[in-house]
Design a binder for this molecule. Structure first.
Ligand SMILES: *Cc1c(COP(=O)(O)O)cnc(C)c1O
Length: 383
């Protein structure tokens, strides 16, 4: 079955639905038992609200099918989906390799907090490929990638890194938020943990924060589930219901956003004010071949580099938009713009760009209207 069909059907058909198309929202902490004998045995499916109700099962099933995973853990934000597996995996004395283009707050968590528990984090050039071998140590526990990085858009050769990690029993993690599990299937490439900020495309409406971690092996699944339970992680049923609703239309949204985004990216390539468009589906992208090999398409998030100009001019440009909102996060039905430079934190020297970087998240507006908005903002830049 195609992913479109899978996402329409996944997680439906529980008898408790009583004929409704969608699962109910059960708000529950206590679950009542018929008999005292059952309180402490494992027979009933659920003992307590933290295990989640039908709506949680349905959402986990939808993500399992999307990511082709063995099991899925839901978390209360995308960031917590990045930190939870690291906490499940790492012990004092471990060494961690993080891609230099990793989501900034994940970086901060490792540098400022994991370090307190005796875990050392080292960064690698996201484009390094199998040369990462030279940075692997005896105590390297995990390699965390993000491809493409959500600001600078470099891709990582995931199969090359998995090939290095597997023989040494090093865990691999991929932040798969950009591809939304739709355009890239890290689990099928041998990755242990595929992570998404479900806040982005699965929710799709800019009104829920959630994360998900998909695991491909029973070893990874067991480790993660044990830590999930021990740490008290939980997702509200209303939020699970909203993200599941978002996922029913995610494929259709993404196909539309893919098309609009490519139209806009191609248009930007011809603008004199733009020095580079960073979109992996464009043949001009330095990692285009990796994208072509590993991905089945592209989502609605990309960046472009402006020609040299003052900081004030960049701010004026961003302020000039009418249809693009100024704001963090992305993947909703509405288009967004941010200037990225204050967010870029790199330590490997793998990002050399000095000129202003702008990121767009393309929503469901008509691309011609978005281009007209860009055009009038560019007009402001002309001397
Ligand atoms: C937004 C984002 C996250 C974090 O998601 P939140 O739900 O905002 O915490 C993690 N990784 C990437 C790549 C993101 O873009």
């Amino acid at each position: 079955m195609s992913d479109h069909t899978k996402l329409v059907r996944a997680g439906r058909g529980d008898p408790s639905l009583q004929g409704t198309v969608n699962p109910p929202v059960h708000r529950a902490s206590t679950l009542l038992f018929e008999r005292a004998e059952d309180l402490y045995n494992d027979t009933p499916k659920r003992h307590y609200g933290t295990q989640g109700m039908v709506v949680h099962d349905s959402l986990r099933e939808a993500f399992c099918q999307l990511e082709q995973a063995k099991s899925v853990v839901l978390t209360h934000s995308g960031l917590s989906a990045c930190t939870l597996p690291l906490l499940a995996i790492c012990s004092a004395g471990d060494h961690l390799l993080l891609s230099d283009n990793i989501y900034g707050p994940t970086r901060k968590f490792c540098d400022e907090h994991l370090v307190r528990f005796g875990v050392e984090t080292e960064y690698f050039d996201p484009r390094i490929g199998s040369e990462l071998a030279t940075q692997i140590k005896d105590n390297t526990k995990a390699i965390f990638m993000e491809s493409p990085g959500s600001l600078t858009m470099e891709l990582t050769d995931i199969p090359a890194i998995v090939a290095l990690a597997k023989p040494k029993n090093i865990w691999t993690l991929v932040d798969n938020t950009w591809a939304a599990g739709w355009f890239l299937k890290p689990i099928t490439m041998g990755v242990d943990f595929s992570i998404q900020a479900a806040t982005k495309y699965p929710c799709g409406h800019a009104d829920v924060l959630m994360g998900m971690i998909a695991t491909g092996s029973s070893k990874a699944s067991k480790l993660l589930k044990a830590y999930d339970r021990a740490s008290g992680n939980f997702v509200a049923p209303d939020d699970a219901w909203l993200v599941l609703r978002g996922m029913r239309t995610m494929g259709t949204r993404l196909e539309h956003q893919q098309k609009s985004t490519l139209q806009i990216a191609t248009w930007l390539q011809k603008r004199p004010e733009v020095s580079k468009v960073l979109h992996p589906a464009l043949t001009s992208h330095p990692d285009h071949q990796i994208w072509k090999r590993d991905f089945t398409g592209s989502s609605g998030l990309f960046s472009f580099v402006l020609s040299p100009m003052s900081e004030q001019k960049v701010l004026n440009f961003v302020n000039a938009f009418n249809l693009f909102g100024i704001g963090f996060s992305w993947g909703g039905y509405e288009s967004l713009i941010v200037h990225c430079d204050p967010q870029i934190e790199r330590t490997c020297g793998s990002w050399q760009e000095n000129n202003p970087l702008i990121r767009l998240s393309i929503g469901l507006e008509d691309p011609d209207d978005l281009i007209a908005d860009l055009q009038q903002a560019f007009a402001l830049l002309s001397p």
